[in-house]
Design a protein around this ligand. Structure first.
Ligand code: HEM
Length: 347
């Protein structure tokens, strides 16, 4: 009896400690991810470490259907198959390509996670942009209001976390676009308890050196940055140039497809958009494409879909985990298998 009590008591204390106090502040451990992934790791933390180091691919094409056992036994990823089915409907256009909701979800994942750097004690991939902290009114988040409402609806229907739905939606939108990578998708983050810090998202008119430095403080190399801005392959602009001819102009000639045309389009056109220009080139993309630390990689992505997809996925796994506290990284779950299948060739 005494033996049992001796065993049960510490276990009980441990499980009480493991359940997060709802009033506890969600604090990010300062430091880039590699600092947090040292020593003996849980299997999931080891997987993340291997992906970030390039020892394992950040793309996982293994899809499975929702298991029958979900009805009886709520296995780990059950709810995400249902979320995935809803997002497929919301993100796919009638032409089978990804639509405005999808491109906004891709941007939202970045704006939520990217509001963090290595000295931040809060912010990052914590869902704060989707929550009620007023971040949707910040100028840099113009254009994200509709997707915010859409994702809030999906979140409340399925009762998943704000932090997780934002990153899950990013990865789902990416794979919904034909040719997009199936980025490894982790869930189990806790939600924000306050608004993200300001001033940590990039300015479209900033110099390439400043943009490279801003991303370096989040743990990204210039190579990663070249891959990440490729998300503009599926983007439009509305607020950089508000003249009627420029509003809604795509940043890529094949906006519904996750392809490498963007890298060509940016090289072959001047910044902005002349009347006869099919695409709008963001000043930030233009300066990055010719910067000595970025341009070689930029040119390598031209015509090389596989290379870009691999590099994008690796950089985005890092993005999706910015600011996630160390103790949470240990207990994340890999729910990539709930995403739709990839479409490597299109049309
Ligand atoms: C140097 C870094 C970056 C800068 C300066 C930048 C800036 C911008 C700007 C100005 C727009 C147009 C907003 C508008 O007028 O409607 C835009 C759109 C977009 N950005 Fe970025 N961005 C950067 C990096 C990224 C990254 C890392 C991602 C994703 C991982 C991303 C994804 C998107 C998407 C998908 C859109 C289109 C949204 C839509 O059409 O609704 N951007 N970005």
């Amino acid at each position: 009896m005494l033996h049992r009590a001796k065993l049960v008591l510490p276990l009980l204390t441990l499980s009480i400690l493991a359940v997060a106090n709802p009033l506890e502040q969600r604090e990010a451990a300062p430091g880039i991810l590699e600092d947090l992934l040292k020593g003996v790791l849980s299997p999931i933390a080891q997987l993340i470490k291997d992906v970030l180091a390039g020892a394992k691919s950040a793309i996982d094409d293994e899809k499975s259907n929702k298991p029958w056992s979900c009805r009886l036994l709520k296995t780990q990823c059950c709810v995400w198959w249902d979320v995935s089915a809803d997002l497929t409907g919301l993100f796919t256009g009638s032409d089978g390509e990804c639509n405005d909701n999808a491109r906004a979800a891709v941007r939202m994942g970045f704006h939520d996670a990217g509001s963090w750097d290595q000295s931040s004690t809060h912010g990052g991939a914590d869902g704060s942009l989707l929550m009620d902290f007023g971040e949707q009114d910040r100028k840099e988040n113009n254009g994200l209001q509709t997707i915010r409402e859409v994702l809030r609806g999906v979140r409340s229907k399925h009762k998943v976390g704000y932090a997780d739905i934002v990153q899950y939606a990013h990865n789902h939108a990416t794979i919904t676009c034909p040719k997009g990578p199936r980025v490894r998708t982790f869930v189990g983050r806790s939600d924000a308890t306050q608004a993200a810090p300001t001033g940590l998202l990039p300015d479209v008119h900033d110099s390439a050196d400043n943009l490279i430095a801003l991303f370096a403080r989040k743990g990204f190399t210039p190579h990663d940055l070249a891959a990440l801005v490729g998300a503009h392959a599926t983007a439009r602009q509305r607020f950089v140039d508000t003249s009627p001819a420029a509003v809604n102009k795509p940043l890529d000639t094949t906006i519904g497809v996750w392809d490498v045309e963007f890298y060509n389009d940016t090289l072959n056109n001047p910044a902005g958009a002349t009347a006869d220009q099919a695409v709008f080139v963001l000043p930030s993309d233009k300066v990055l494409s010719v910067h000595p630390k970025v341009k070689d990689e930029w040119h390598m992505f031209v015509g090389d879909q596989q290379h870009w997809n691999e590099d994008y996925a690796k950089a985005y796994v890092r993005m999706s985990l910015l600011g996630v506290p160390k103790k949470e990284l240990w207990g994340l779950r890999d729910c990539t298998r709930t995403l739709p299948a990839s479409r490597k060739t299109y049309p």
